[in-house]
Design a protein around this ligand. Structure first.
Ligand SMILES: [Ca+2]
Length: 267
């Protein structure tokens, strides 16, 4: 069950719970859990002192110093299972504002008798989300590519792709960036002049395999390395497609991209 409601909260109870714990830095979690925001959705999990089957309720407090029903952004409840509670992928009521800290509060019966618990905080910068997708030629899983953003004034951010190739920077400061997408064994791709002045969704980029020696092109150097390792079943550098060995599949990819080089485009 997920819904927005306004609550007639017992603010004294909440204030007492919050007063016990000083607010911490970005993404802090007290105990065993996780509090995250990917630029679009939130997830909170917790697993300390719970009783399976019991109901727990999550609240996000926007301003711990001024608790009222307007300041509670979200409420949800879940039963503990497998020793934890999970509130996955819910949408925040409001877009986070610069420097705003959300405090995640969990209510319910805990084995130590204390409740509610302040389980973590999320502090948001002045950035906006940047997301996109990268596919890796010849692979079923597109996880592990590195997407880096850097600006002329020194700001830099990095993210990794997930299995489906997607990546997200939760909070990128506005500016003009160079995006570089790299993956061992693959030709990199660079995008210059990427303007971030609001949420950005970049086009899907396909990285081509074969740059085993990572010099920005597919040449005799890569072919030599692959041939030297051909047949090896111990995850050699020339295992372009990540199946653990160097085979005809990797050779085919390399030869298909022979003489190609890393690419650059203007945003
Ligand atoms: Ca392979």
């Amino acid at each position: 069950m997920k819904k927005w409601i306004r609550l007639g909260l017992c603010t004294a109870v909440l204030a007492a719970a919050l007063a016990c714990t000083a607010l911490a830095a970005e993404g802090a979690v007290y105990g065993t859990g996780a509090v995250s925001y990917d630029g679009a959705k939130c997830s909170v999990t917790y697993s300390e002192g719970l009783t399976n089957g019991n109901q727990y309720v999550l609240l996000l407090i926007t301003d711990p110093n001024s608790i009222n029903d307007e300041g509670v952004m979200y409420i949800d409840q879940a039963a503990a299972a497998g020793g934890k509670v999970s509130f996955e992928g819910f949408i925040p009521k409001e877009w986070p504002t610069d420097g705003q800290t959300w405090t995640a509060l969990l209510g319910g019966e805990f084995t130590d008798g204390a409740s509610p618990k302040t389980i973590g905080t999320l502090t948001f910068g002045e950035g906006v989300p940047v997301s996109g997708k990268v596919t890796l030629q010849g692979r079923a899983s597109h996880a592990g590519a590195t997407v880096a953003l850097s600006s002329a004034d020194g700001a830099s951010f990095t993210a990794q792709t997930g299995t489906d190739g997607s990546y997200t920077f939760a909070s990128v400061a506005p500016g003009t960036y160079t995006m570089t997408i790299t993956m061992p064994g693959y030709l990199s791709h660079t995008i210059n002049g990427l303007e971030v002045n609001g949420p950005v969704t970049a086009e899907t980029k396909d990285l081509l395999g074969g740059d085993i020696v990572s010099d920005g092109q597919v040449t005799i150097l890569d072919l030599s390395k692959l041939l030297a390792e051909y047949g090896s079943a111990s995850s050699p550098d020339s295992d372009i497609n990540g199946d653990g060995q160097s085979t005809i599949l990797d050779l085919s990819t390399l030869l298909g991209n022979y003489n190609l080089a890393s690419t650059t485009e203007q945003w």
